[in-house]
Design a protein around this ligand. Sequence first.
Ligand code: ADP
Ligand code: TRP
Length: 322
Amino acid sequence: MRILTGLQPSGKLHVGNYFGAMEPAVRLQEEGEAFYFIANYHAMTTVKNPLELRAFTRELAVDFLACGLDPERAVFFLQSAVPEVNELAWILSTVCPVSQLEKAHSYKDKIAHGFSPSHGLFAYPVLMAADILLYDSRLVPVGKDQKQHLEITRDLAGKINEAFGEGTLVVPEPMIRDATAVVPGLDGQKMSKSYGNTLPLFATPDEARKLIMKKLVTDATPLEAPKPQENSTLLSLYRLMAGEVEVAAMEADYERGGVGYGDFKKRLLEAYLGYFEPMRLRRDELLADPGYVDAVLARGAEKARAAAAPVLDRVRRAVGLA
Ligand code: ADP
Ligand code: TRP
């Protein structure tokens, strides 16, 4: 079973990205033939500086590998290394109703946030459909913000099959992550780079200390009183990164009272540093060996192109291009 997902290189990764996207992707590589790629064409809709795009792309490749993406198991590549995806996007665009793209939440959202309404931003879901359909992907794990894009993908595949013959494209199954699994940011809202409330995945110990001690919100419960556990951002983050025994101890201290938030924050910092330590070390090794990362991506690109070729050939024949 081919499992495919893409991540945009649009900034520094945070703890929400890790638990929401990378960690599930790393776990899924055991379940089937994983195709994971860096969506650098997509990132161009918002990242307009070439130095930035290159740096974000590089960083995401290193970080994904540091988090456990296994290039022996998964095919890992840059979207732009398989430019054939643009041909399939064109073919899909010829059956895609404009009205469907006009209804896309992500497009309306970006415009509302001041991004200029380029054709690329408008056609973003068509390229995403091509990413998925080019590899005969069966399963596409994504966050719930991408649900509509997957519906568009399934719809376009259906339209192509109807017009040019059943079996021209494989209709993929979405795998939408649980909405309750959203990681809160330092201010208690969803952690997101657009909200400036992130705990970066690879902050230095000093940066992490400052963020947790100074920016993480807590309520005004006095030190001696029991602390409310519900909606506690601190406790939610701690549960993700601390061991079972430590979590039980913190819950007991919340319930009993007599321990202040400063103390809990120190425990959270320790848990954060400990949890990501092995990944940080792996990341340092990868940063010191750029040739290795290049070789992984080159091998991934080769495999991805080989997988794409027969699909594109099938589509070209079906529509009358070949
Ligand atoms: P951001 O909101 O910081 O811009 P992206 O939209 O680039 O993050 O998300 C990249 C991936 O990380 C997506 O799969 C998304 O579902 C996941 N993700 C982002 N923020 C969170 C969060 N707070 N909790 C869980 N998953 C998240
Ligand atoms: N749009 C996705 C996001 O922002 C990234 C993406 C691009 C993707 N192409 C894809 C995800 C194909 C899954 C499959 O998160």
